[in-house]
Design a protein around this ligand. Sequence first.
Ligand SMILES: Nc1nc2c(c(=O)[nH]1)N[C@H]1C(S)=C(S)[C@@H](COP(=O)(O)OP(=O)(O)OC[C@H]3O[C@@H](n4cnc5c(N)ncnc54)[C@H](O)[C@@H]3O)O[C@H]1N2
Ligand code: MOO
Ligand SMILES: [Mg+2]
Length: 421
Amino acid sequence: MVEMRRPITIGEAVKRIMDCKPTGKTEFISINESFGRFLSVDLAATSDVPHFTRAPYDGFAVRSVDTQEAGLDHPVEFEVIDHIGAGQTTSKVLGEKQAVRIMTGAMMPEGSDAVMMLELAKTAERDGKNYMTIKRKIKKGENVSFQGEDAKEGEVLVKKGTLINPGIQAMLATFGYASVPVAKKPVVGLYATGTELLGVDEPLVPGKIRNSNSYMIAAQIERAGGEVEYFGSLPDDFDTCFEAVKNSLDKVDMLVTTGGVSVGDYDYLPAIYEKLGAEVLFNKVAMRPGSVTTVAVHNGKLLFGLSGNPSACYVGFELFTRPVIRTMLCSENPHLRKELAVLDTNFPKANPFTRFVRSTVFFREGRLIATPSGLDKSNIVMSLAGANSLMILPGGTRGFEAGMEVDVLLLEDQEGSEWPW
Ligand SMILES: Nc1nc2c(c(=O)[nH]1)N[C@H]1C(S)=C(S)[C@@H](COP(=O)(O)OP(=O)(O)OC[C@H]3O[C@@H](n4cnc5c(N)ncnc54)[C@H](O)[C@@H]3O)O[C@H]1N2
Ligand code: MOO
Ligand SMILES: [Mg+2]
């Protein structure tokens, strides 16, 4: 008699995995390679930005007090005592009715507190001296870019675990991070199992199929921020699979396998975990697809036995493996972000288990709309192509109708969620 597995809830399954407390490591890499990586420390300003008060326009640095009499019928003349561009400074201190010709980005001279734009000044030269005249007054601080207005030294600007985007690259450069502390990419070992599997370059023959899961999971690992260590595809042979799993463990931070976790005669993963002495955290989850997902832990390393069925494999990875990768990448929001969306089509299928429907979400008139991206069976590949979300249809319901609000998990989002269950 085949064993009857007892399903646990999704939340409980995720909790058992996260209780293994995966932790990440830091490495320092060149700023040239840091785009797309995850910060492993909170990023604080190493100086004020800008670190000196500067001109935001091309013009004349003046003392605002000297301009107060200026008007359309009352031009006021200034002596121009110096001329500086960005990168230059002046040692001159402005006295009464004196100005410095200054270009955008240059440091404001001592004594000045405002910049009159070039377009508003008329220049002249007399006896080898330069002058400029204005017909408008200016307020103290007008047209000035103040020291620290962009960032204050010591201020925490970006939290650890954040994906480095182009703006953060600019920030890192601004603060002098030639070398950037990032989370080391966890190395995720990967095996596909199944005697029926053909290589991508092999012709189709009766009874065999091309291995698509390993390409899919490799991409999911990379999307999550991990590093893929693909060990290849294994036939359904206990000894071969046991040796392969055992020998790969010390080369990786965690191991993902696909296939062979159900109760079939050639589903060897459960027996492999047993022979390894691994602790099985669960082998049945109240969800569809992916109910057979089995997760074990051995010597502190998580072993993800994902289903062979492509859609079940995909969903199992996103719910269970992704948060471990993101946690090791220092994220405090390692789970998929959950949002409310409006269902666009009827979904009459009833199910005792919570169902994750591969879906496309999009905006229509400011509202998030969700629609299934294809056939909803666990052996389906094609619906995965258009999936940018997983619609959550809770178990114990008769089905859903267009117009109803549903939860969706966003697959391409980078913000994540602390705990969506
Ligand atoms: N008597 C029962 N049978 C099954 C149960 C059950 O509870 N009792 N569960 C079903 C469910 S649900 C699922 S999901 C599958 C899970 O199967 P396994 O994880 O054991 O995976 P396999 O048997 O190895 O393969 C299943 C299916 O997927 C195809 N496959 C496998 N690997 C790949 C790959 N790398 N690329 C593409 N496709 C792959 C494989 O050919 C099979 O068609 O079990 C049900 N059965
Ligand atoms: O694990 Mo199976 O996908 O529940 O269908
Ligand atoms: Mg099977």
